[in-house]
Design a protein. Structure first.
Length: 94
């Protein structure tokens, strides 16, 4: 009989639990490796962009904006409106 926790899940020390745990850990390790490779690739791409006269920080800002949710966009736009108002009130806009 397989040992189980109070919620019916196999205990980690049970044979099925060990197999499941090993599978999860192996998958997590592969994903971690893929993430690290992706980060290295992105770093190389940004270096290439910089070498070609582009600004990596601006590229990252474009990516962030392209991926923002409608809620995040609304929040950003409201902040930008306030920011512009403050600059206007302080006579800092040309």
């Amino acid at each position: 009989m397989t040992e189980a926790t109070s919620d019916g899940q196999p205990r980690p020390n049970a044979p099925v639990g060990r197999d499941l745990l090993k599978n999860i850990v192996d998958r997590a390790e592969r994903l971690t490796d893929e993430i690290e490779q992706g980060q290295d690739d992105l770093k190389e791409l940004m270096a290439e962009a910089k070498a070609k006269g582009l600004t990596p920080a601006a590229i990252k800002a474009v990516l962030k904006r392209r991926n923002e949710t409608p809620e995040a966009k609304a929040k950003r736009e409201a902040l930008e409106d306030d920011f512009e108002l403050y600059l206007t009130n302080l006579s800092m806009l040309d």
